[in-house]
Design a protein around this ligand. Structure first.
Ligand code: SF4
Ligand code: SF4
Length: 519
């Protein structure tokens, strides 16, 4: 166990602090985040491996859909206007599934933010993940914080040039891989990879890779925290989603202040000091370059690396972890009231401890039940209902559809024998990756018969039409009704479709128009 004075004090100053709040357009101050270690850092490594693994590997997963459909598990086939996601195939008119998923993602984000603050920013936002990855490269090449600061401040030498060129070259490779992975979601990945390297891919593929290489390199390598602070709207929006029961990364000054590196002197003088030894470890690891001890700040992405850094210091001092911790505002306020004797004095950390130095029973700690409150129940219910609705709709959706458009001009034609003919454009949708024989039948409208342009068969009430896999077939159909079968004004009837092999069927209710003279 170490004494306060034995904890190394790092020369780290927040880029924007309560003492020296910078104007919004102040020149950028470089940040050299120190490597953190601890449970949150390990969790972030895990999330990073999972998210990057999913992003880079997904286009290479295969999914057998038979001979008539692509075998890429996740594919946005813009040319044929299809979206494939494993066993699910979405047609353009089914875009509401995508809209539903986006709504669910939005509600999920509200849920997460109201519960654990900006966890999205701190762990899974692509900007955070790629900055983390770029920092891994930077540390591997240039060293940790002190070595990087020294290198940055030093003159340009052959070594510095080699290190910098190596770093930026690897960053560009990561950027290119990021752009490359993106375009593989829009075409058969192995084929496109071959085309990319043989120069035969479409120009838009090269342009997309170039744009994403540049943006990934610029945002992840060069701009880093600037993107979160100045470009992203989420830090501004999230304030409306937090409430006093939301968990956020908090400096618990009710046990930390006043800070001192000289505990023994303070004790000898009869002064109560807090747990913070003012070592700056929390500032040095912060990728946003801020000091969490200044309180909640727009820049804080709640990555929790300062918690790891401080917990390491507390371990060395033999004190309880959690001087910086995830805490709710209500718990923080309760503990602050305790430490200030109801707000009547400055923070006196001895008020939150018993005589033997342990936390008093009155100290509020986070409990998992605080996550479950009316607001989060509402989010959960909305999320679950939309999800169940989408799932039900997905499981029961039609894979055989018919759409009918009545000719507007002319609305009917009177033939020489007095019968009336109406024209229709009929679309048959075979939404499975197998060819089908679809039986098209007139339902109702007694006496009516139809003929199909291009089908060399006599008029009938039913036709068998071949439709290619996963395709829409457009037919020009004429329905003829003998004069003696016309009753009343416009009559409704159905055009029915049926696949006898799969027992699927569907129908469309259409109108048959007649002239005044025929009624
Ligand atoms: S203050 Fe802590 S939680 Fe916030 S960004 Fe910095 S290291 Fe992450
Ligand atoms: S809060 Fe923790 S890490 Fe930060 S200066 Fe104080 S003791 Fe060090």
């Amino acid at each position: 166990m170490l004494d306060n004075t034995q904890i190394e004090r790092l020369e780290a100053e927040a880029v924007n602090s309560a003492k020296t709040r910078q104007p919004l357009y102040a020149p950028r101050r470089k940040i050299f985040p120190k490597q953190a270690s601890g449970s949150f850092r390990r969790f972030k490594w895990l999330v990073m491996a999972i998210t990057l693994g999913i992003y880079y590997l997904t286009p290479w997963l295969r999914w057998d859909r038979g001979a008539f459909a692509p075998d890429q598990a996740v594919l946005l086939d813009l040319v044929n206007r299809r979206f494939y996601f494993f066993f699910i195939e979405i047609w353009p008119q089914e875009f509401y599934y995508v809209a539903g998923l986006l709504v669910m993602a939005g509600i999920g984000l509200f849920q997460i933010t109201s519960t654990v603050g900006r966890a999205w920013c701190g762990y899974t936002c692509p900007q955070t993940v790629w900055v983390d990855l770029f920092l891994v490269v930077e540390r591997a090449i240039e060293g940790d914080r002190n070595a990087r600061m020294k290198l940055d401040a030093g003159p340009w030498t052959a070594r510095k040039l080699v290190l910098r060129v190596s770093k930026h070259a690897i960053w560009l490779v990561i950027g290119a891989a990021t752009g490359g992975a993106w375009i593989f979601y829009f075409a058969d990945a192995p084929t496109l990879l071959g085309e990319l390297f043989t120069g035969t891919a479409a120009p838009v593929a090269y342009i997309t890779v170039a744009v994403l290489t540049a943006t990934t390199y610029t945002f992840g390598g060069l701009m880093r925290e600037q993107v979160c602070t100045y470009m992203c709207p989420w830090p501004r929006i999230q304030a409306a989603m937090l409430d006093e029961s939301s968990l956020t990364v908090t400096y618990n000054d009710w046990r930390g202040e006043p800070r001192s590196r000289h505990a023994k002197k303070a004790q000898a003088a009869g002064k109560a000091i807090g747990d913070c030894v003012d070592c700056n470890a929390c500032v040095a690891v912060c990728p946003m370059g801020i000091d969490i001890r200044d309180g909640q700040q727009l820049e804080c992405i709640t990555c929790a690396l300062c918690i790891d850094a401080c917990d390491g210091v507390m371990d060395k001092l033999g004190k309880e972890r959690g001087l910086i911790s995830y805490a709710t505002l209500s718990d923080y306020n309760a503990n602050m009231m305790l430490a200030t004797a109801g707000g009547s004095s400055a923070v006196n950390p001895s008020l939150v401890r018993t005589a033997d130095g342990l936390f008093s029973d009155s100290v509020a700690h986070f409990h998992i039940r605080k996550i479950f409150r009316p607001r989060t129940y509402v989010y959960m219910a909305m999320w679950g209902l939309i999800g169940l609705g989408l799932l039900y709709s997905l499981m029961t959706r039609d894979r055989l559809e018919i759409n009918v458009l009545h000719d507007r001009n002319p609305q009917f034609v009177t033939l020489s024998d007095g019968s009336i003919r109406n024209g229709y454009t009929v679309k048959l949708l075979n939404m499975i990756p197998e060819p089908r024989t679809i039986i098209v039948t007139i339902g109702g409208l007694p006496g009516a018969e139809m003929s199909i342009v291009g089908v060399d068969l006599p008029a009938d009430r039913s036709f068998a039409i071949q439709v290619e896999p996963d395709r829409l077939k457009m037919l020009k159909v004429f329905v003829r009704l003998p004069a003696d079968a016309i009753h009343g004004e416009a009559q409704t009837f159905t055009l029915q479709v049926e696949d006898k092999a799969s027992f699927e069927s569907n129908e469309y209710t259409a109108t048959f128009n007649t002239p005044e003279i025929a009624r």
